[in-house]
Design a protein around this ligand. Structure first.
Ligand SMILES: Nc1ncnc2c1ncn2[C@@H]1O[C@H](COP(=O)(O)OP(=O)(O)OP(=O)(O)O)[C@@H](O)[C@H]1O
Length: 587
């Protein structure tokens, strides 16, 4: 969907795919054809009307010709039906297909963006982009743009035909059109600003709603129902006020333009009567013009009422374009085999917002292949951030993380991630079956392999209690699972993936002591012979690590084995002592 310099302007303006742009052109042609075909029955009606009028005024009517006109009318109706069917297929089918293609392309593009992008963007904003903005474009593609262009073409044809009959009356019919258009165009800047404010207010309101719904449990627990609903009420109030302002502005503008346009009827009657009384036009011509005026003003009025929406589309498509053109994560190198080599952090610095406070300030250490490195330190010292950088979810602001001497920044993100199994604190689950949620660890794994991994992670015990066992759907983000059950699913995924690098961030923090012992056993099997980075607050679980790195405020404070660090009597020894005192255990 990303545009190039050769992309036609309209395609770029509407953020269309190549196929969508071709479809839109075909839809416009089909719609124009329908509008022109619709003129045939109308022209025949005028001709029949003329013939009947001749009979009424005493002239000899040509009945044979009249029957011919009726027959042509019947054929015309069939042609109109066929054109309308083709028109429907082209416009609606094209719009719906393009909507689907755009959403899929954007979702796929989002998947390839660096994680830092999601740190700066709200989920509700992205949802609005993918659903609201694309839907608005769909409705304009299906029910506005083709009809608008077709109406302009057919109006121009009618204008030329009328000019051929009687140019002065034709001028009267259309003299008000430029003024009406001018009113709509003059108001567009004001309306565009209002539309933009309305979009911002909608985003703010949906962010407030999402916050409120996600936090409902805590709001109730803290008895904050009234207080927390205030910002949501304010955001919804702003949205309501802006919606009314937009409606009012559009309505006033369209009503004024339509009234000016309709004045053309009065002008046509006035000038027509003058011409008739002066003998410069006959009754038939005047009646024909009045008939036609009523026919052409309908589509023009609908164009005028649709124009404000069309003019507001530019803001929405600009957001779609910006999203589609967001640069994907850099690096394309193949990471095959690098997971089996040593992983080295070289003076890594990192801040989440790119230029704010540094979370890591020059971290350096090496993880040898097949060894366990434990990362410990006070809360907020940057342990999880290191794990995320090794997984390449983010890239260091400076310094480098190298596998086998190759900088991860130059590698294709997905290629590197094939080397890495992660079990993090926050487990993401999908609204799918237990089986498929575990199979995410390795797409294409057989049912037997999935079940073996699940059993090794001790998932069986809670899955057996579920109504449909392994086929039970987990609900949105695994809503029906406890924290410990979610972690066991995550461990099962990692076991199934069986990658050479394993990142464990508080992998057993939500488990009770009995389950923790069982899962530790599964984790030992997962980690055997792998390069492991383990983060755990309970220091006894990392005492056996080959190397322990102690982080403090984004810096490596100490490094060594458990015995060395205890002997050194530094931060690690102090943390161990505090835990011993609070938990009453000893090593
Ligand atoms: N997505 C984020 N955006 C901005 N800042 C973040 C983000 N994630 C973490 N931080 C900040 O980075 C710092 C380090 O966080 P990190 O999660 O790495 O610490 P940690 O040592 O793993 O903490 P804990 O032991 O409590 O899990 C913290 O000050 C935190 O507020």
């Amino acid at each position: 969907m990303a545009a190039t310099s050769k992309t036609p302007r309209i395609q770029r303006a509407l953020a269309l795919t190549d196929e969508g742009y071709r479809g839109l052109r075909r839809a416009i042609a089909a719609c124009t054809l329908t509008n022109l075909a619709l003129m045939v029955p109308f022209a025949l009606t005028v001709m029949v009307f003329g013939a009947v009028l001749m009979r009424l005024t005493g002239d000899e009517a040509d009945w044979g010709g009249l029957w011919g006109l009726f027959a042509a009318g019947a054929v015309g109706l069939v042609v109109v039906f066929l054109c309308a069917r083709n028109d429907y297929r082209r416009t609606y089918v094209t719009a719906y297909r393009e909507t689907e293609a755009t959403r899929m392309a954007l979702a796929e593009h989002l998947r390839r963006l660096p994680m830092s992008f999601f740190n700066q963007r709200d989920l509700s904003e992205l949802t609005e982009n993918l659903m609201g903005d694309v839907s608005s474009r769909e409705s304009l593609m299906s029910s506005t743009i083709p009809q608008l262009v077709a109406s302009c073409v057919s109006t121009a044809v009618v204008c030329a035909m009328l000019g051929f009959f009687e140019w002065r009356l034709a001028l009267c019919v259309f003299v008000t059109l430029p003024v009406a258009l001018g009113i709509v165009l003059a108001a567009r800047q004001h309306e565009r600003r209002l539309f933009e404010r309305q979009t911002k207010a909608r985003l703010a309101a949906s962010a407030q709603l999402m916050d409120y719904i996600e936090g409902i449990r805590d709001i109730r627990a803290c008895r904050q129902v009234g207080a927390r609903s205030k910002p949501m009420r304010a955001a919804l109030g702003t949205l309501r006020d802006l919606a009314m302002k937009v409606e009012l502005a559009v309505d006033v503008c369209v009503s004024a333009a339509t009234t000016v346009l309709q004045a053309g009827v009065g002008i046509t009657v006035f000038v027509g009567t003058m011409l008739l009384s002066g003998g410069e036009a006959d009754v038939l011509t005047l009646l024909m013009f009045l008939l036609i005026v009523s026919r052409v003003y309908g589509p023009i009025t609908s164009i005028l009422s649709q124009l404000p929406n069309l003019l507001s589309l530019s803001g929405r498509t600009a957001r779609l374009r910006a999203l589609a053109e967001e640069p994907v994560a850099a690096g394309s190198g193949d990471a095959a085999g690098l997971g089996e080599r040593s992983i080295e952090l070289r003076d890594v610095r990192f801040s989440y917002d790119g230029n704010g406070d540094e979370v890591l300030c020059g971290v350096s250490f090496t993880m040898e292949p097949g060894t366990v490195t434990a990362l410990v330190g006070p809360s907020g010292s940057g342990k999880s951030t290191v794990a995320k950088l090794v997984a390449r979810f983010f890239s260091p602001s400076s310094g480098a993380i190298c596998a086998g001497g190759v900088d991860l920044a130059g590698l294709d993100e997905e290629s590197w991630l094939r080397n890495v199994s992660v079990v993090f604190q926050d487990v993401t689950l999908f609204d799918d079956t237990v089986m498929e949620n575990i199979r995410m660890g390795r797409a294409g794994a057989s049912d037997e392999e999935v079940l073996a991994a699940a059993r090794a992670a001790h998932c069986e015990e809670f899955v057996d209690r579920m109504p449909e066992g392994w086929g039970t759907r987990l609900g949105e983000n695994g809503a029906r699972l406890s924290g410990g059950e979610r972690q066991r699913i995550s461990i099962a995924r990692a076991l199934l993936k069986d990658a050479p690098v394993v990142l464990l961030d508080e992998a057993t923090s939500s488990l009770d002591p009995e389950n923790e012992t069982l899962v530790q056993d599964a984790l030992s099997r997962l980690c055997a012979g792998k390069t492991v980075l383990v983060i755990a607050h309970r220091l006894r679980t990392v005492a056996g690590a080959d190397s322990i790195v102690v982080l403090d405020r984004g810096r490596v404070a100490e490094r060594g084995t458990h015995a060395e660090l205890m002997a050194a009597g530094g931060l690690y020894a102090r943390l161990v002592r505090i835990q011993q005192q609070s938990l009453g255990w000893s090593l």
